[in-house]
Design a protein around this ligand. Structure first.
Ligand code: ATP
Ligand code: MG
Length: 405
């Protein structure tokens, strides 16, 4: 059915007191960005709801997009009809023909914000209930838990009919929590961590370390494509690529094998902090999960974390790998994450990294490299691009998958 309007309801938003207006406006902006492919529609944010007027845009396609936008509790597609009994009858008939199956129970639920209408809510409930029964003799009215509730809302600009409530993505509108820097690899965990941070309102910027010629163009393309998938939850994302090969070569040459990984991670973190400071980021996010691999023990986190006092948030810290995989499948990043393009860390990974590195030793070995100089060079080589939902970076996507089968 082609609807004319979608009524969007907020969840947690409504409880945020004086920040409410910012939240509502931000959500309105995010909805507009997410629906940029539908130029005719209009988004009208109000204190308690947002109305999306479709103006002929395909309601099914819009509904699919809206399901991903954080900050929406649920929404109801509705049909706008004339503010006359005949108008309402015609709309009710159209909706019920599509949705009321033989033997189903229903109820009419009228709300009036416009009290000038000729009938009050009770009269309308009764009138329309009778009208439906006349046309669908096999249906029956049920007040408690009917199969279908037809909501009739009388407003001054028209009457709106709706019968479906579609679950939204929940969370808070992206941007309401401020900016965070996400350390995005091409793995399974960091995209899920990005999703969870965005769900709590963080405006993420993706920081990706790549190491040509040791890592391929495809590895970089994979990280960008993952970013494009994640952009669906907010509107668009900044992607910051940082060249890392030179640093890795230096470390490999000068640092003992047991500390290669720790010192590499310390450099990655320092660079991410530098980018955060430059760009107004308030925290660093990563995809670490406690105990998953050598770099993710508490001792290791301590030795890496030593380079900064900026908060490092780890949304998947206590999730099992199976739980992370399940989430990755749900948000649509898993199929990309498992493409086996070498990551910069896999290539320089020592065969036996220390699972309990010592912070003092990490500091000591690190003195052998020119931390400041290497950082400056890497930061000078940074490239930043804006990535939107639905973009493709892996060339001939199909072929890449075919090759792997
Ligand atoms: P993931 O699946 O997210 O890659 P992982 O289990 O493979 O995680 P590691 O590769 O040890 O774990 O990385 C831990 C975290 O460090 C990642 O979740 C990510 O936040 C960050 N990280 C690793 N490699 C990169 C990279 N090339 N660019 C940016 N961040 C990275
Ligand atoms: Mg990884």
């Amino acid at each position: 059915m082609q609807y004319t309007e979608i009524m969007v309801r907020y969840g947690e938003l409504s409880t945020k007191g004086k920040n409410q207006r910012d939240f509502v406006n931000r959500l309105g902006g995010n909805i507009r960005k997410s629906l940029h492919a539908f130029p005719k529609l209009e988004v009208h944010p109000k204190r308690d709801r947002t109305h999306v007027t479709l103006n002929g845009e395909d309601s099914n396609a819009v509904i699919e997009r809206l399901k991903q936008v954080f900050g929406i509790q649920n929404f109801s597609p509705s049909l706008k009809v004339d503010r006359t009994l005949e108008g309402i009858h015609a709309g009710v008939l159209k909706m019920m023909q599509e949705q009321l199956k033989p033997g189903m129970t229903f109820k009419i639920n009228t709300r009036r914000s416009d009290h000038h209408f000729e009938m009050d809510t009770n009269e309308l409930n009764e009138e329309l209930g009778g009208f439906v029964l006349d046309h669908f003799p096999e249906a029956s009215v049920k007040m408690r838990q009917p199969d279908l509730i037809l909501r009739v809302e009388v407003r001054s600009n028209g009457v709106f009919l709706s019968s479906e409530t579609i679950q939204g993505a929940g969370g808070l509108p992206v941007g309401t929590a401020g900016k965070g820097m996400m350390m995005l690899s091409g793995g399974i965990d960091s995209p899920v961590a990005s999703y969870l941070g965005m769900k709590r309102g963080v405006d993420m910027e993706m920081v990706h370390f790549f190491s040509p010629p040791y890592t391929s163009e495809q590895a970089l393309a994979k990280a960008k494509e993952l970013t494009s998938r994640l952009a669906a939850f907010g509107g668009s994302l900044q992607f910051i690529q940082v060249p890392f090969a030179k640093i890795q070569e230096e470390i490999k040459e000068k640092v003992p094998e047991g500390y290669l990984m720790t010192v590499q991670r310390r450099m990655m973190l320092r660079l991410t902090v530098a980018l955060a400071k430059k760009r107004g980021g308030k925290a660093i996010f990563n995809g670490e999960s406690l105990g998953q691999v050598a770099s993710q023990t508490m001792e290791s986190m301590e030795a890496i974390n030593d380079v900064t006092n900026m908060p490092i948030l780890r949304p998947v810290i206590s999730l099992d790998k199976t739980e992370i995989i399940k989430q990755a499948k749900e948000i649509g990043t898993y199929d990309l994450s498992i493409l086996p393009f070498e990551d910069c860390c896999t290539i320089f990974a020592p065969p036996a990294p220390k699972t309990r590195p010592d912070t003092e030793r990490a500091r000591y070995y690190e003195k052998r490299i020119d931390v400041e100089g290497l950082m400056k060079e890497a930061l000078d080589g940074v490239t930043i691009s804006e990535i939107k939902p639905g973009e493709n970076y892996l060339n001939q996507n199909q072929d890449v998958f075919a090759e792997l089968l």
